[in-house]
Design a protein around this ligand. Structure first.
Ligand code: GDP
Length: 298
C-alpha cells in the first residue's frame, strides 16, 4: 500500500533538490504534483483540496528554518499535514470505570470484522485484559462458528446463542453476553455484529438496537481499506445510521492505494484507532498517524 503515492511524492520532492529558495512557481508546481499524487491514491477530492491548500499556505508563509533546505521544509510540512489528516495523535481505547468495557464492532460483510474481533481480543489479552467475544452476527450462517474457531485460536471464550437457551436474537445475545462477562469476571466484551454486502436500513437498525441495549464504551467501525472511495461512502452511512467512536482499517497489507486511510478520519472526524494488516491473528496494532505518514514519505 502507498507505494505509488510514496514514489510520486518522492519524485515531486526530487525536483526541488538543490534549489536555494522556492519561488511562487515552484510552490505552485509542487502543490499541483501533490494534488495529482493524492487523487491517484484515491483520496477524496475535498480532502485533497484542503490538504493542498494547507501545504501551499504554509510553504508560502513559514520561515525556512536554518537547518532545512527548501525541499526538506516542504517535506516537513507535508509530513505534518499527513499526520493531521490521519487524525493526529494515536487514539487509545477508553475502558469502563467499572464493570466490563463493551466494544461493539460494526461494518459491512467481508470488511474483516470477525477476524478483527479475534485480533482485538488477542491484543487486549497482551495488554493484560481478560476479554470475551460475543457472537451477535446471526445473519451469516457461518459467522458464529468462525468466531468460535478464532476465539479458540486466541484462547478467548465466545458467548454464542445456543439452541433452546432463550437468547436467539442479536440484541438478547448482546445483552446476555454482558451479564455473562460480569458473572465470569471478564473485563472486556467484544460484540461482533452482522454485516451485509451493502448498506441497508435493516442492518443499521439492528446495529442501533444492539448499541442502545448494551451502551458500548466504544463503537468501532470496521472498514476494508481496499474498497477505495467506497470506504468513505460506507463510513458516512454508518456514522449517520449507527454512529461510532473510532475506525478500524483492515487489509492494509493489500495493494490498496491508500485513499481510504487518508480520507476517512478527515471526512468523518473520527480517528482511525487500529489497523489490521494481514490474515494472521497477530497482524494487528494501534494505528499511529505519525508512523503512517513517515511510511508514505519514506
Ligand atoms: P466479516 O464478514 O466482516 O466478518 O469478515 P471476515 O472476518 O470473515 O473477513 C473476510 C476475509 O478477509 C477473510 O478471508 C479474512 O481472512 C480476510 N481478512 C480479514 N482481515 C484481513 C487483513 O487485514 N488482511 C488480509 N489480507 N485479509 C484479511
Amino acid at each position: 500500500m502507498f507505494a505509488t503515492l510514496s514514489d510520486r511524492l518522492a519524485d515531486t520532492f526530487k525536483n526541488l533538490r538543490g534549489k536555494g529558495r522556492l519561488s511562487e512557481a515552484d510552490i505552485d508546481a509542487t502543490a499541483r504534483e501533490i494534488r495529482i499524487a493524492l487523487l491517484e491514491a484515491d483520496v477524496a477530492l475535498p480532502v485533497v483540496k484542503e490538504f493542498v491548500g494547507a501545504v501551499k499556505d504554509r510553504a508560502r508563509s513559514e520561515e525556512v528554518s536554518g537547518a532545512l533546505n527548501p525541499a526538506q521544509q516542504i517535506i516537513k510540512i507535508v509530513n505534518e499535514e499527513l499526520v493531521a489528516i490521519l487524525g493526529g495523535e494515536t487514539r487509545r481505547l477508553r475502558y469502563a470505570k467499572s464493570g466490563p468495557t463493551v466494544i461493539m464492532l460494526a461494518g459491512l460483510q467481508g470488511a474483516g470484522k470477525t477476524t478483527l474481533a479475534a485480533k482485538l481480543a488477542l491484543w487486549l489479552k497482551d495488554q493484560g485484559k481478560t476479554p470475551m467475544l460475543a457472537a451477535c452476527d446471526l445473519q451469516r450462517p457461518n459467522a458464529v462458528k468462525q468466531l468460535q474457531v478464532n476465539g479458540e485460536r486466541v484462547g478467548v471464550p465466545v458467548f454464542a446463542p445456543e439452541p433452546g437457551n432463550g437468547v436467539g436474537d442479536p440484541v438478547s445475545v448482546a445483552r446476555a453476553s454482558i451479564a455473562e462477562a460480569r458473572r465470569t469476571l471478564h473485563d472486556v466484551v467484544i460484540v461482533d455484529t452482522a454485516g451485509r454486502l451493502g448498506i441497508d436500513a435493516e442492518l443499521m437498525q439492528q446495529a442501533s438496537d444492539i448499541r442502545d441495549a448494551v451502551q458500548p464504551d466504544e463503537v468501532l467501525f470496521v472498514v476494508d481499506a481496499m474498497i477505495g472511495q467506497d470506504a468513505v461512502v460506507t463510513a458516512q452511512a454508518f456514522l449517520q445510521g449507527v454512529g461510532y467512536d473510532g475506525v478500524v482499517l483492515t487489509k492494509l497489507d493489500g495493494d490498496a492505494r491508500g485513499g481510504a486511510a487518508l480520507s476517512i478520519a478527515s471526512i468523518t472526524g473520527k480517528p482511525v484507532m487500529f489497523a489490521s494488516n494481514g490474515e494472521k491473528l497477530t497482524d494487528f496494532d494501534l494505528f499511529h498517524p505519525d508512523r503512517m505518514a513517515s511510511r508514505i514519505l519514506d
